[in-house]
Write a protein that binds this ligand. Sequence first.
Ligand code: ATP
Length: 331
Amino acid sequence: MKVIGIVTSGGDAPGMNAAVRAITRVSNKLGMDVFGIYHGYAGLIEDEIIRLDTRKVGDILHRGGTILKTARSPEFMTEAGQAKAVANIKKYGMQGLAIIGGDGSFRGALALQKHGIRVVGIPGTIDNDIPCTDYTIGFDTAVNTIVDSVNKIRDTATSHERTFVVEVMGKNCGDLALSSGLAGGAEVILIPEIEPDYDAVCKKVQKSHDQAKSHAVVIVAEGVGGDPKGRGVYDSSAFRVANYINEKTNIETRVTILGHIQRGGSPTVNDRLLASRLGAEAAKALYEKDTGKMVATKDGKIVRVDLEYALTQKKTVKEEFIELANLLASV
Ligand code: ATP
């Protein structure tokens, strides 16, 4: 393989830049030329393509977001859009692509593969919702951001002796809620994988109140209690829980929706390491023409998994974490 391209697609995630840097530098060391595609698949269609090299990816390791920008491209979902993308890939002599993104971006990668383009996927999304990898790039930073916010909210919750419901991202996957709830010492954690029992939540909050605890923190993933799409802010999962607690217990309950603050910020050491390792592995896989793969982390090791297989698997939440959360909550 002589020429490759890098795409960042879907939601941005801290550490994507570290991956772009690693792919570019390792590719250059292996004698491959590198192009960067702006705005995900939309940039492939619109020919927004620039040359990258070892120097051009300097000073980006510590930056959040993606220097290549990202986008969602409905046009790429069509045959005509994909044909335009393939024509541009060929125009620049790119033989393979490293695609950093979530499961939607990987479905796009498989579509390109059907057109004869070699692809390697790199899991980059804060949600940690990709099967067959222990972690995705950006998850660790997002969890740290949430825990930092919960620490601050806890100060106010304690001072005012209030209950706070904190909504975090996660439409289908509760990993952000579960990990941040455990690390932030939440009294209650609600995740989309488990049907919410609002009466049980009220009982816990009431018990916490009766034990003269100065506060209670409830962490709820945005996907809890149904599809978050189409719901207004005041019908969010957090407001549903808070309204229920207010009505049933009369305990003053406030809501904080963390929103996009969870996506930003300088990547943590863990995310920089993960992104650097996965990026280097992706460049090697492309060089070896070992494509149609997702580079992933399994028990601390970097592995290559068949991309199509990975997308047919179900991401499951860690049972151990659920049990631990129940054991550690003091109510
Ligand atoms: P995140 O997890 O952060 O949402 P994602 O990669 O899952 O990231 P999506 O919006 O689902 O984000 O997908 C990104 C882009 O991938 C889409 O805008 C579209 O261009 C392309 N894509 C998604 N699904 C397909 C598909 N089935 N076929 C072709 N292209 C697809």
